[in-house]
Write a protein that binds this ligand. Structure first.
Ligand SMILES: [Zn+2]
Ligand SMILES: [Zn+2]
Ligand SMILES: [Zn+2]
Length: 269
């Protein structure tokens, strides 16, 4: 399984769109891994997770071939994860040479918004509603949406994705996992976990997690043998409000065996 992280920031991006805070100014100066676009990932170039407003830029950076993904799964409808007006650009007149419908799956809000925004262009898309804790075949992968602690007016999901005997927990956006999600994961093994670390050193693990929660989650899964010594643990979805550079994050997380995501990061498992 090849997982490519296309973006690694929270909703505002880093440096944030209009922000003149000290951290954003520093990120502008330092550049490199301190520049973060809104989060998304692609697995084996066929299964994409989320569609942020930066998708246009991700395709420019990564090359046109990443636009040929066949399946799109959405975690929730916050705009940094779901920008349907640009998904519509895959329909007639806006795009040529489209030979297969793109499958889009997500919760009830994703489905109803897609049906509204992608109106009259359903030949370019197939749309499926996911229910929590049910496993679906998506291309060559098995995908199970698990409940997140996030955006309580809809079923916000994190995803357990299995393919070719390997498994990935795509764990954001979420606060500390709900008990039902821990129960479902209790007999699973994970080869990679990509975890919400929006809050950095800020003392909050509701709706989003922080460094302490990511560390505790790792310890919990270690104790229950859900992860093994080669499991990759990667923190992502960082906010400019935490004021930490990529190097700062590495200094805080590396000693605990946790990697720090950056835009363009490739994970082979
Ligand atoms: Zn987000
Ligand atoms: Zn800022
Ligand atoms: Zn969100």
């Amino acid at each position: 399984m090849e997982i490519r992280l296309l973006g690694t920031a929270a909703a505002e991006g880093i440096p944030a769109l209009f922000c003149q805070c000290e951290h954003c100014e520093r990120a502008r100066k330092l550049g490199g891994k301190n520049i973060r676009t809104r989060t998304s990932a692609i697995i084996d170039r066929e299964l994409k997770i989320d569609f942020p407003p930066d998708t246009f830029m991700h395709i420019l950076i990564e090359g046109m071939e990443i636009s040929t993904f066949q399946h799109l799964i959405i975690t929730h409808t916050h705009h940094d994860h779901f920008f349907p007006e640009d998904i519509k650009m895959r329909s007639e007149i806006y795009a040529h040479g489209i030979e297969y419908p793109l499958s889009i799956s997500g919760n009830e809000s994703v489905v109803s918004t897609c049906k509204k925004v992608l109106n009259h262009t359903l030949q370019a898309f197939t749309i499926q509603e996911f229910k929590p804790f049910q496993t679906y075949k998506v291309g060559k992968a098995q995908v199970t949406p698990l409940k997140a602690d996030h955006k309580p007016d809809e079923n916000s999901y994190i995803y357990f994705i299995e393919k070719n005997g390997k498994s990935c927990l795509y764990g954001h956006d979420t606060g500390w996992f709900p008990n039902e999600t821990f129960d479902w994961l209790s007999d699973k093994t994970m080869d990679v976990m990509i975890l919400d670390c929006t809050n950095g050193l800020i003392d909050s693990r509701k709706n989003h997690m922080n460094i302490a929660a990511v560390k505790q989650l790792k310890e919990t899964f270690e104790k229950n043998r859900n992860i093994h010594q080669d499991t990759r643990i990667i923190a992502t979805h960082f906010s400019h409000n935490i004021g930490l550079t990529h190097k700062d994050l590495e200094a805080l997380l590396h000693p605990h065996g946790i990697d720090v995501a950056y835009d363009g990061m490739k994970i082979d498992i």
